[in-house]
Design a protein around this ligand. Structure first.
Ligand code: SDX
Length: 370
């Protein structure tokens, strides 16, 4: 293999960024460690940080939240279009279509103002997820309550009642952990689309398509789908033994960048254990640990953020079909930050390929072609 060729661009630096990095296993958003943000900030503060250069002060945060609220109402045409999509269509496919649809009603007049456009899309994506959730349950979409946190807003507009503090706090934590992760596949997709001087909505639609895959954001749903088959830790233990013997890919584990554990998974797992205890659902942690232990101790393959997140959402009573869309509801901020950064210092992405096709040959006219 030529030394320039790295399958999956593994280990290849494909650009520079000031948005985030994983430094010695620690995830930093513009220099702030994610565990400090998780402890001392909120999703809105992280969103502001990613879209600007620093954390907001109280006034800047209030203005940001007000602007987010001002963009929450869905255009009637978007809700009408939501009703036309068959109920069995996965929420990620719905989101891919509806972000494209809402893009036709972009209220931001300045084509270059992608910071405001990102705030608008952050509000719209949350509203689309909640509206679809209600329509699937035979209920009409409901308007936002100004002033709720973004996480509480999503739960309120989906479930019709303001969430308890723990649910809102945990969703807010997952949104912070999911918001940004440097040049992952979906972010890189957004940057490639940006690099042709295309628009933010196109980049976000492309990024949603990339995130959907079970090797990427779709892993949170796939991981919970795996856990749901077990009634006990014992059952899970037998399954993982067989899975490892048959070299099965176990969803929610492994990572291209973290080789000694995903920093975000470690943070979320602590809260997940508290949540399971508060709901008297220890059996789920027995199942969770039964899968995790041999992966870590025998394969040295650690949980990534999707492994604890799937079970967290499940214990919050959210349907699996919502898990990756909630990842989108957070990552829209990171994707937009990268789009803005790429546009500010752009060079079109056009890598080379290693040709493995037929050697040079001549065309035989159809009249004599066998
Ligand atoms: C996300 O990039 C990001 O930052 C992504 C993300 C973000 O925030 O944007 O962090 C979000 O996508 C997290 C990852 C979610 N995906 C999954 O949980 C799916 C399962 N994981 C794997 O498919 C895999 O670990 C990847 C895709 C995450 C990473 O793939 P790599 O770096 O290409 O690793 P690999 O597939 O080459 O695996 C190396 C070895 C292989 O063994 P050998 O063939 O060399 O013997 O580790 C094994 C793999 O078989 N391995 C696994 C495994 N992950 C790797 N074996 C079993 N189960 C797994 N999950």
């Amino acid at each position: 293999m030529s030394d320039n060729y790295k399958p999956g661009l593994e280990g290849v630096i494909a650009g520079d960024t000031a948005v985030a990095c994983v430094d010695q296993g620690v995830l930093l958003y513009r220099g702030y460690p994610i565990e400090q943000l998780a402890e001392k900030a909120t999703f809105e503060e992280c969103a502001y940080l990613l879209l600007n250069d620093d954390l907001p002060n109280a006034t800047e945060l209030a203005t940001f939240k007000k602007e987010l609220d001002s963009f929450r109402a869905l255009p009637k045409q978007v809700v009408d279009a939501l009703r036309l999509i068959p109920n069995n269509v996965p929420m990620m496919d719905v989101l891919r279509s509806m972000v494209s649809m809402t893009g036709h009603f972009d209220p931001v007049s300045d084509p270059a103002d992608n910071k405001r456009r990102a705030i608008w899309l952050t509000a719209q994506i949350a509203g689309i997820i909640a509206a679809r959730y209600r329509l699937l349950n035979g209920q009409e979409p409901i308007a936002a309550i100004p002033g709720l946190s973004h996480a509480a807003q999503i739960l309120y507009q989906a479930q019709g009642t303001e969430p308890d503090a723990l649910s809102a706090k945990l969703l807010d934590l997952t949104l912070m952990l999911y918001a940004e992760h440097e040049f992952n596949a979906s972010t890189f997709t957004a940057r490639v689309i940006c690099s042709t001087m295309s628009d933010l909505v196109s980049a976000i639609v492309g990024a949603i398509g990339a995130l959907k895959g079970p090797l990427h954001g779709g892993a949170n749903e796939a991981a919970m789908d795996m856990l749901k088959q077990f009634k006990s830790g014992e059952e899970a233990k037998a399954w993982i033994k067989d899975a490892l013997a048959n070299k099965k890919k176990v969803m929610g584990f492994g990572h291209r960048v973290y080789k000694n554990g995903d920093h975000r998974a470690q943070i979320l797992e602590v809260e997940l254990r508290k949540l399971a205890a508060s709901k008297n659902q220890q059996v789920w942690m027995d199942i969770y640990d039964a899968i995790k232990e041999p992966m870590v101790n025998e394969k040295h393959i650690f949980p990534n953020v999707d492994y604890p997140c799937g079970l967290t959402y499940y214990l919050l009573g959210l349907p699996l079909d919502l898990y990756t869309p909630l990842f989108v509801a957070a990552r829209i901020t990171g994707w937009s930050a990268h789009f803005i950064e790429q546009a500010a210092n752009n060079r079109i992405y056009r890598p080379l390929s290693k040709y493995v096709g037929p050697a040079l040959r001549s065309v035989t006219p159809i009249s004599v072609r066998a």
